[in-house]
Design a protein. Structure first.
Length: 246
């Protein structure tokens, strides 16, 4: 069974959740997302080592969806969020606050990366005013692929002046991923609980042998121009190890 409640998003207002408050003890949950590179805070436009070369990022964002808390003593899941674009632009880190969350013991959090297939529509008219997908449609919907870009990671690879731009924009319903992160925490009545999730970009950029993706191969510099389904699948699959609860 899933429980729904009122919430306020500090970054993006999600308008499609039902206004059905939970009765009983409740508290506030703040979900904080942190981008890292090799365990250190990620800073845009800063050079980082990768293999024998270097890499810079000028854009990093991805959709999170179907975010739920898993109760410890029951099979219940508490819904927090339907969908939102987690954007690390200008080195800001997304933070979301949810109010009236049931005050119980939890065993983890479940989060999906990408836009659920039922919302992955090809017309902006499918979304109401203020909906996160309406706001992101112009920048993130890929007409040729008939899908939102689930992640946008862009920058340059190589040492100046021999730098090559890259655009890693995986999309399509087949690449939608759900990750379950197990960690015990308790929300007390009337209190606030911070949940910190980190995403390590270097782990996203590893191949099947846990080595950095070979960006000297031009085919690995883009996932959509031309399309590179294998690379898209690899990147999205890597969220299972790159995303952690602190």
């Amino acid at each position: 069974m899933k429980k729904l409640f009122y919430f306020i998003l500090l970054v993006t207002m999600v308008s499609s959740c039902k206004d059905e408050p939970i009765l009983g003890p409740s508290g506030t949950v703040t979900l904080n997302l942190h981008a890292k590179y090799a365990g250190q805070p990620l800073k845009l436009d800063q050079a980082y080592p990768i293999g024998t070369s270097q890499i810079k990022f000028n854009q990093f964002n991805f959709f999170i969806s179907n975010v739920t808390l898993l109760e410890s003593e029951t099979e219940d899941e508490t819904d927090l969020m339907e969908v939102s674009l987690a954007n690390f632009a200008a080195n800001d880190e997304p933070s979301y606050t949810f109010r009236t969350v049931p005050a119980v013991k939890y065993r983890g959090i479940k989060i999906s990366i990408g836009v659920p297939s039922g919302l992955n529509k090809s017309s902006v008219q499918n979304y109401g005013a203020g909906h996160p997908l309406k706001q992101a449609f112009d920048s993130h919907f890929w007409d040729d692929g008939n899908s939102f870009f689930f992640m946008k990671m862009a920058g340059t690879y190589g040492t100046p002046p021999a730098e090559s731009p890259f655009e890693l924009y995986p999309a399509k319903n087949s690449n939608f991923k759900t990750v379950t992160l197990l960690k015990t925490f308790t929300l007390d009545d009337g209190q606030t609980l911070d949940i910190n999730l980190s995403i390590d970009v270097l782990k996203l950029l590893q191949d099947a042998d846990n080595q950095p993706i070979d960006f000297t191969n031009p085919a690995n510099l883009s996932t959509y121009n031309p399309a590179n389904d294998n690379l898209s699948a690899l990147l999205m699959g890597n969220f299972a190890t790159a995303l952690e609860v602190e």
